[in-house]
Design a protein around this ligand. Structure first.
Ligand code: ADP
Length: 178
């Protein structure tokens, strides 16, 4: 399922982000950039030790920001690590911080000349962000970015499981109507 924005594609698929052949994939990291569970664990397992070696040298990434490392053994050349907000009640700046993750990841990709990028659903695992709300923010932010900067040609959301996919499909349907 996809929509076209300018000349770029915004698409959603159900699957495993570690298997994507986009130039960059995005990791839902923690501020310490230490290997965690969820998508972070999967990316580090599939990509091998070089990712964590570089992440350790960088050392820290504040919530809402993004840093970049090699993709190690992955098909993707780069991993962009962004730190999503831990969800409390939605009134602690969580929506702005989540939007910032997408904007900063895309800005970093663009600065490196990366033209295709895959995102997981940031913050909706252990960090507890309600997936319907997160999907609206994620897709809305990416759409706005692609309208402004057409040089990124493909943004793919790789949703882990049917529930996440359906939430993103509903949000993409809403965006397509606008
Ligand atoms: P966070 O701490 O930001 O919530 P998690 O890794 O716990 O990060 O979860 C983020 C999302 O990534 C969740 O929706 C989870 O189901 C999903 N996820 C876990 N493994 C993968 C994978 N291999 N590919 C894509 N998404 C994944």
């Amino acid at each position: 399922m996809h929509i076209i924005i300018n000349h770029s594609i915004l698409e959603i698929v159900e699957g495993d982000i570690t298997r994507q052949d986009t130039e960059a994939i995005v990791n839902a990291a923690n501020e310490q950039l230490r290997v965690g569970g969820g998508v972070d664990g999967a990316i580090n397992r599939a990509g091998g030790p070089r990712i964590q070696e570089e992440a350790r040298r960088i050392g820290y990434c504040p919530t809402g920001q993004a840093v970049i490392t090699t993709g190690g053994d992955l098909k993707a050349s780069f991993v962009i690590h962004t730190v999503g907000p831990i969800y409390k009640d939605g009134r602690q700046g969580e929506p702005e911080l989540l939007a910032s993750c997408y904007r900063e990841s895309l800005a970093l990709a663009r600065a490196r000349g990366i033209r295709s990028i895959a995102f997981p659903s940031i913050s909706t695992g252990v960090y507890g962000y309600p997936v319907a709300d997160a999907a609206r923010i994620a897709l809305g932010k990416v759409k706005a970015y692609l309208q402004q900067y057409p040089d990124i040609r493909l943004v793919r959301f790789v949703l882990f499981g049917q529930e996440a996919f359906e939430a993103y499909a509903a949000a993409l349907g809403e965006l397509a109507q606008e």
